[in-house]
Design a protein around this ligand. Structure first.
Ligand SMILES: C[S@@+](CC[C@H](N)C(=O)[O-])C[C@H]1O[C@@H](n2cnc3c(N)ncnc32)[C@H](O)[C@@H]1O
Length: 284
């Protein structure tokens, strides 16, 4: 995926922090089990790892993982733990189990809590991701995540005569895939599967900063057809991605939506509409 720089992310993260704190409160309230070994998937700059997970959930060790080198460097220098219980690791978590580095694989069956805040929408293959979580967790271990369910870009892509629906998963399909990947073979006991619709007012500059993040979420779904991604990227992808977030009910392409926003400085704020999935599941 395209890297998110820590300084750009820092301006965006208040909503992510709020959702993370709600999650941690719910984990404390549910009191499932002690979380000696925690893994934070997609830890970003490490703020949530240190100040939320590290501070509020008693633990022996937290392995915090991210794919972006700058994020891990930032986390190591700004969010290290004084008692050395937090370890930051550079690793792509979307790959197959045998390709993961030995440090991750040595936690096979030893993890009490896998936590992930707004990272799993980047994972193109949910079965593979859930399979890796199943492998890492001990029996009775908890998987908890907040996940963006991306708006249906298919309805809005200007497909130049190509078959719509070919590249992008609808919201229903994304939710179904998460549900099925957790439930198939009775792998997990799903305790919570909440769909949460939020509207986040976002000022102009933050929207400009946030757009590369929105566009980067789309890239993994084009993995089998990079030329289609490039075609859309060159033509309409930014318009499509922008319109999907600020105007989610519309079902027609809106060519030029992003370019018009950029060209009109009188638009000081937009509402970002997001659908979120909050899931808690126990490995059986
Ligand atoms: C929206 S940020 C969330 C960061 C942090 N969890 C928070 O809530 O503040 C998503 C993070 O996931 C990371 N990420 C994306 N794909 C990943 C992958 N395949 N493996 C590991 N981390 C990934 C990104 O680099 C980014 O730091």
């Amino acid at each position: 995926m395209d890297g998110i720089a820590p300084d750009v992310y820092a301006k965006q993260k208040s909503n992510a922090q709020l959702m993370a704190m709600q999650s941690i409160d719910s984990l404390i309230d549910a009191n499932y089990r002690p979380y000696d070994q925690i893994v934070d998937i997609g830890c970003g700059d490490g703020d949530i790892t240190k100040h939320f997970l590290g501070k509020h959930l008693p633990h022996k060790h937290i392995l915090a993982i991210d794919i972006v080198p700058d994020m891990i460097s930032y986390a190591r220098s700004h969010n290290h733990s004084d008692d050395n219980t937090i370890e930051y690791l550079l690793q792509d978590m979307s790959i197959e189990w045998p390709e993961l580095c030995p440090r991750v694989r040595e936690l096979d069956g030893k993890v009490d809590l896998i936590f992930s805040n707004f990272t799993l929408s980047y994972m193109p293959d949910k079965w593979r991701t859930v399979g890796i979580f199943r492998r890492l967790l001990s029996t009775g271990g908890i998987f908890h995540a907040n996940i963006f369910i991306i708006g249906d870009l298919n309805k809005k892509l200007v497909t130049n005569g190509q078959q719509p629906g070919k590249w992008y998963q609808s919201r229903e399909k994304q939710l179904d895939d998460w549900r099925q990947s957790l439930l198939s073979d009775n792998q997990f006991l799903v305790k919570q599967f909440d769909i949460i619709d939020v509207i986040w007012p976002t000022d102009r500059q933050k929207m400009i900063d946030f757009m590369p993040i929105i566009v980067s979420k789309v890239r993994p779904f084009f993995k089998d057809d990079q030329s289609a991604y490039d075609r859309e990227l060159n033509d309409h992808l930014w318009d499509t991605a922008f319109d999907t977030v600020v105007n989610p009910m519309a079902t027609e392409p809106n060519p030029g939506a992003w370019k018009r926003f950029l060209a009109d400085p009188t638009i000081r704020e937009v509402n970002r509409h997001h659908r979120l999935l909050r899931v808690t599941a126990i490995k059986q």
